[in-house]
Design a protein around this ligand. Sequence first.
Ligand code: PNS
Length: 162
Amino acid sequence: MKVIYPGSFDPVTFGHLDIIERCSKKFEHVIVAVLNNTSKKRSFFSIEERIKLLEETTKHLKNVEIDAFSGLLAEYADKKGCSTMIRGLRAVSDFEYEMQMALVNRKLNKDIETLFMVSRGGEHVYLSSSIVREIASYGGNVSCFVPEPVERALKDKFKGGI
Ligand code: PNS
């Protein structure tokens, strides 16, 4: 089975990579679909940077493809001929938004099924890209949250200060 794992990945964290690795073991093909934001909400890393970091950190997984999408996920799913979405659940607080998104996507495209993967636990429960950006912006150590290429990219972005 082919699945889509959509997200902003701004930037990719060990939490995302855990889900991607577990998906790559369970499914034949995994499309990591990176949202190419419109003007409404600007991302911290550009779409090119986010894709490059994902490619670099998943290159050992041969059945994982990194792709960008813009517009509705339901339409992208249709275009890719793949109706199974994967989302990670860290804590109960994620549930309401995830449930809403899954229901909206199924309303827009009746074939879409969203499968939830429970996060590995431990520090993955509170890990998020925004927390990582915040810590990095103050020069904090993020090596336990993100792989080395992401750590370097964050250092580079913040080298002139916030
Ligand atoms: O990593 P994120 O930010 O939680 O991912 C959210 C994402 C990109 C999966 C979601 O915002 C999305 O699918 N956006 C595309 C627009 C869309 O389809 N919206 C309707 C579903 S709520």
